[in-house]
Design a protein around this ligand. Structure first.
Ligand code: GN1
Ligand code: MG
Length: 365
């Protein structure tokens, strides 16, 4: 694929100098477009059409959400060029370009002088990350436009269990026979996870506009360690706030890597949990309902469980969803995330106590 000529299909300012691969996403292919001279650089992405069945609707969501946040940033006296993503349309005015393989491409303005992290190396960074997501949710709290569901049932465990049951039955890659222990990890927790989901379905736990993929590298920090901009808005849609909290804890508080082969390195750091929760609740404590507060600590367990399920399901399916770097990569990810899950389960009472203390700290009496 000639990425340079794809880049030239978009309404960018300046002359394209180079287009090179960037980053480590599991889903889309990302490139940086460097332009000559002083004009901005850009991010070019081939959106994964197997993961996102309706890229035009997804781009529509992103345009609406970024326009809303841009207004909020301006009202607050911030810098809209740096504090929110700017989508760049194609020359024909659409928010994407389709190539001859029917692949979808999208462009946004590259924000210079930022730092992205793959792990949180200090509680201070986790606290800032929590503040950033709290602020992001607050900016969208009065968003009232329609958003489409970019991936059906994305963090809906009832939907994931339907996919799971089908995958285990189909056993497409013939791997199920060797996975009795790992499949047991999922089945033992099925009912507890479904119980949470029923609270969402019945409306006890509300739905708001959330990010749904808040892993640490989806936030850009500035050079002073402040949160600048939340990126990777592909999955922004209505959902419980728990998805953002849980997915952030899954990454910020992990003492090891998401796919660590040395399982003894993997655990949940209570210190990081507390720091992230502190930052988040400093922004959001006053706006959350009791049911949202009650399930915050649980949401880390829920999202990490879902991640174990999704990695294992992809391994069972023959590695069709996530990009892998070795044949057993999805199994390695499954085991590392399971280790993290058990560490969270062991520390659940302490996690709940931390949330209670922080809510008392930040909620007006
Ligand atoms: C994917 O797109 P990326 O790499 O930020 C995935 C998340 C998973 C994550 C696991 C659309 O995130 O849901 O939690 O990998 N995104 C999608 O690291 O499936
Ligand atoms: Mg990402």
């Amino acid at each position: 694929m000639d990425v340079q000529s794809i880049a030239e299909q978009f309404a960018i300012t300046g002359i394209v100098d180079s287009v090179k691969p960037l980053g480590d996403g599991f889903i889309n292919d990302t490139y940086i477009i460097r332009t000559k001279g002083d004009t901005p650089d850009y991010i070019l992405q081939r959106k994964n059409k197997y993961v996102f069945p309706d890229v035009p609707s997804m781009m529509d969501n992103i345009a609406k959400v970024t326009a809303h946040i841009r207004k909020k940033v301006i009202e607050a006296g911030g810098n809209p060029d740096r504090e929110v993503m700017t989508v760049v349309p194609a020359l024909d005015g659409r928010l994407y370009h389709t190539d001859s393989d029917n692949d979808f491409w999208a462009v946004s303005v590259f924000i210079p002088d930022t730092v992205a992290y793959n792990c949180a190396d200090s509680p201070e960074l986790a606290r800032k990350g929590g503040q950033g997501i709290g602020k992001f949710q607050a900016q969208l709290s009065d968003f009232s436009d329609e958003l489409s569901e970019t991936i059906a049932g994305f963090h809906n465990i009832a939907h994931r269990f339907r996919q799971w049951d089908a995958a285990v039955t189909a056993d497409k890659a013939g791997r199920v026979k060797n996975l009795a222990e790992e499949i047991g990890w999922i089945e033992q927790r099925r009912e507890r996870m479904m119980e949470y989901r029923r609270l969402v379905d019945s409306g006890v736990i509300p739905t708001r506009v959330t990010h749904n993929d808040t892993k640490i590298n989806n936030i850009l920090f500035d050079s002073h360690g402040e949160v600048l901009c939340v990126i990777d808005l592909d999955t922004v849609m209505p959902a419980p706030i728990h998805n953002d909290f849980g997915d952030a804890i899954r990454t910020y508080a992990n003492t090891g890597a998401e796919d660590d082969v040395q399982l003894e390195r993997v655990s949940m750091s209570l210190e990081m949990f507390k720091a992230y929760a502190d930052g988040y609740l400093s922004q959001q404590a006053a706006s959350l309902t009791d049911s949202e507060i009650d399930y915050l600590a649980f949401s880390a367990i829920y999202i990490t469980f879902e991640q174990v399920l999704r990695f294992l399901m992809d391994y069972i399916d023959g590695d069709i969803y996530y990009k892998i770097k070795s044949p057993d990569h999805n199994l390695q990810r499954t085991r590392a995330q399971y280790k993290l899950l058990t560490s969270m389960e062991e520390q659940y009472p302490q996690m709940q106590a931390i949330i209670t203390d922080l809510v008392n700290k930040y909620r007006p009496c």
